[in-house]
Design a protein around this ligand. Structure first.
Ligand SMILES: Cc1cc2nc3c(=O)[nH]c(=O)nc-3n(C[C@H](O)[C@H](O)[C@H](O)COP(=O)(O)OP(=O)(O)OC[C@H]3O[C@@H](n4cnc5c(N)ncnc54)[C@H](O)[C@@H]3O)c2cc1C
Length: 272
């Protein structure tokens, strides 16, 4: 039951309501899905000016209330901008993308969420605000570990570094285009003299939280991404831990994971 619905005029008012136990509402798509469990006060954060997009020479700074549609319509630079749009386009249907916000997609922390996978591949940072404290910037990798640092406060901004020459791949499989993913795989790297550097391979939807496949990354690091390297990545992906899931058997999802890792890495290496 919703006991009160607050529309604060400023961020300080919102933060003090959140500190006292109220829950933030942005696009409301996740909250609506969990509506039967709702019991408390809601704080609408969509009127706080958290929907700006700023581009500096080295960063894309996205307000937490930027919707997926706004992201898709924005003029974003570099391969990072194109990658964010590629991922946003994969998330459910147009009408839902009008509502879903970046902050909500991260904070909702469901295993199928696409943006946390992409943000790990991008090495993004989150800016977290809480009542009475200075804003904190936390690497997404740390934010996704353990207790969510935004609890009792807010994600206010997502910072994506722009790295010259970084390339990306993204693959996911779902039953229909609008459905949640069985498996998502993202890859990023810098190709220098034909060799892969700073490789990231991130998997989503096979464990409760997205994670980096460090063995696959290490095997690719400093090597040419040729047919053998791709076959090796696909083979190692068969050893990744797959959590039980009502959507498909572990064996099926293991095979899918292997194929998607190969394709995401090949895409990042400019081969697909
Ligand atoms: C049918 C359907 C299909 C979907 N398919 C996909 C999919 O394939 N891939 C995918 O990635 N997503 C998908 N989604 C979206 C996803 O499951 C969540 O519903 C969505 O990401 C939540 O975003 P929101 O802005 O609506 O957040 P809300 O519903 O408003 O909030 C969700 C949670 O996040 C918290 N929160 C929101 N904003 C902030 C903030 N700035 N700081 C701190 N906490 C915050 C809220 O308090 C709440 O706990 C789908 C949703 C639906 C309903």
């Amino acid at each position: 039951m919703i006991r009160a619905y607050h529309q604060p005029k400023g961020i300080d008012e919102a933060l003090s309501l959140l500190k006292n136990g109220a829950q933030a509402v942005a696009g409301a798509t996740g909250l609506y899905s969990n509506r039967k469990k709702l019991d408390g006060e809601l704080v609408d954060i969509t009127g706080l000016g958290l929907d700006g997009i700023e581009v500096t020479k080295g960063e894309i700074r996205l307000g937490a209330c930027v919707t997926l549609t706004k992201l898709l319509e924005a003029d974003l630079p570099g391969n990072e901008g194109a990658f964010l749009k590629l991922v946003a386009r994969h998330i459910t249907a147009h009408t839902m993308r009008n509502a879903i916000t970046l902050g909500g997609n991260i904070a909702h922390t469901v295993f199928w969420a696409d943006m946390p996978v992409a943000l790990l591949a991008l090495d993004a940072k989150l800016v977290i605000a809480r009542a009475g404290e200075a804003e904190k910037t936390v690497a997404i990798a740390d934010a996704l570990q353990g207790a969510a640092p935004w609890k009792g406060g807010l994600i206010v901004k997502i910072i994506v570094p722009i790295v010259q020459g970084r390339t990306f791949g993204y693959e996911r499989l779902s039953k229909t285009k609008n459905d949640y993913a069985f498996v998502t795989a993202a890859a990023s790297m810098k190709l220098t003299d034909g060799k892969a550097k700073d490789v990231r391979v991130v998997l989503g939807a096979i464990q409760p939280k997205p994670f980096r496949a460090s063995d696959i990354e290490a095997a690719l690091e400093g090597k040419a991404v040729d047919a053998d390297a791709l076959a090796g990545a696909a083979k190692s992906a068969l050893d990744l831990p797959i959590a039980p899931n009502f959507r498909a058997s572990a064996d099926y999802r293991r095979d899918v994971t292997s194929a998607l890792v190969r394709r995401a890495v090949a895409q990042a290496a400019g081969q697909e």
